[in-house]
Design a protein around this ligand. Structure first.
Ligand code: PSV
Ligand code: MN
Length: 424
């Protein structure tokens, strides 16, 4: 379901006066607003195909209705998000949850909605109905070579789908590990995992990247095959220059200094991309920026500084994706909030006076350093993000339009109350 241009114009016209007042005020206080707005217009955040339905926990799931039941419907939902914010122009597929059955038709739909295919995700953390061997005791780390081979073959199949669709990266997240001390041998698990990853890396197309995602715990609770950024870095370094670490914000032990991790990975040319979400306790998969917006800003501050130091393109040289779960909110509203939070943190990071900060650091002027960061963080940059949307013919206030046009109601009418999106 897409809105007509007239529908969007009507909402934008109603909100225009207030927007202009806010924008003028922002322009008076912020330097280089034109450069910032252009950067914002270029910045796209991929939406995973598994995030369009209601999420849940192992205790339950409360569907909100009107969920997309097919890959096509998921793409249509992302197309709608993209129409509202012009910042969600990419989809990331999880195989086998979202196998493209008719590749030509899926590519055509993506083109119609102006979406590109972001990283492909393999799944060796669940057993599928038609699967020969079980991943109960791991996939790439498994003691049985035949299971490892099955996991390798699956990843190669995922690359093949990605090639047909025009993707250029593969994200591997392994649930492999152990639940109890003594259950497995750390060195053997590591070597098996490395060998399996190498077999996939060997067939990775020339222009592709391979992202190795880490996670501290869950579903295994004693050890995980790729538990932290150091282990991911180790695999990525041994694999070669097309392999990178992927940082999912929810995959750290409590209070980890993620911004420092990001800075060092960038410095070592091993940062590949992000899965954005937020958390209070563990891998909570909450709306980006809903718990720790200052941390998100600090991460972006490192990203901007580190990318600029290497002459990287902010919009294109790293993978930007949301990986969240929507248990109590409408998934589409939640995704609009997440995209906005990412863009605001990015904008605030662009405001940091890098030269003044360097000087303060040089002089050990801790107070000034803090002032510089917090001045940027406390600046209201929402009018700049709204202006970027307006210039791209998107909605000044996407959430407002979503509600006023009763989009969820329309989706329920079209798809029914009881639809269930595939995924976890
Ligand atoms: C694992 O928790 C993870 O973050 C990986 O990225 C998976 O692909 C995704 O979530 C599955 O929901
Ligand atoms: Mn993730």
């Amino acid at each position: 379901m897409l809105l007509t241009k007239q529908q969007l114009d009507k909402h934008n016209e109603a909100a225009l006066k207030k927007h202009e007042l806010r924008l003028n005020y922002a322009k008076e206080n912020i330097e280089n607003t034109e450069v910032i707005i252009e950067k914002l217009m270029a910045f796209q955040i991929a939406i995973p195909s598994w995030a369009l339905g209601t999420g849940g926990t192992r205790f339950g799931r409360f569907s909100g209705g009107g969920e997309p039941g097919t890959l096509e419907e998921k793409m249509e939902d992302i197309g709608l998000l993209h129409q509202l914010n012009r910042s969600s122009g990419a989809i990331s597929l999880h195989i086998p949850w979202d196998i493209p059955k008719n590749v030509a038709a899926i590519k055509q739909l993506a083109a119609d909605l102006d979406l590109r295919f972001d990283a492909m995700n393999s799944n060796t953390f669940q057993d599928q109905a038609d699967q020969k061997l079980s991943y109960k005791f791991g996939s790439m780390q498994n003691m049985d070579k035949a299971v490892r081979q099955q996991a390798v073959d699956h990843n190669i199949e995922v690359i093949n789908y990605g090639q047909q669709l025009g993707s250029d990266s593969l994200t591997v997240w392994l649930a492999d590990g152990s639940c109890f001390p003594g259950q497995s041998n750390f060195r053997k698990s590591f070597n098996n995992t490395l060998e399996s990853l190498q077999a996939v890396y060997e067939v990775l197309p020339e222009n592709w990247k391979m992202f190795v995602e880490y996670k501290a715990f869950e579903p295994n609770f004693y050890s995980i095959a790729v538990a932290d950024w150091g282990q991911s870095f180790l695999y990525a370094s041994k694999l070669g220059e097309k392999a990178f670490t992927l940082v999912d914000l929810g995959h750290h032990l409590p209070n980890a200094n993620i911004e420092q991790i990001v800075a060092l990975l960038l410095n070592e040319k091993k940062l590949g991309g992000f899965h954005f979400n937020d958390s209070k306790y563990g891998d909570d998969d909450l709306t980006v920026g809903s718990m720790k917006p200052y941390q998100l800003f600090l991460i972006f501050k490192e990203l901007v500084e580190g990318m600029d130091a290497r002459g990287m393109n902010h919009a294109k040289d790293l993978g930007w994706m949301i990986d969240a779960s929507h248990n109590v909110k409408d998934p589409l509203e939640d995704l609009l909030q997440s995209v906005e939070a990412i863009k605001l943190a990015y904008t605030q990071a662009l405001l940091v006076d890098a030269k003044a900060l360097e000087e303060a650091q040089q002089n050990n002027d801790v107070v000034t350093a803090q002032e510089i960061l917090q001045n940027a963080f406390r600046t209201d940059v929402r009018p700049l993000a709204a202006e970027a949307r307006l210039r791209m013919e998107a909605a000044l206030q996407p959430l407002d339009v979503f509600r006023k046009e009763n989009i969820r109601g329309e989706l329920i009418k079209a798809r029914g109350e009881k639809t269930m999106a595939t995924g976890l």
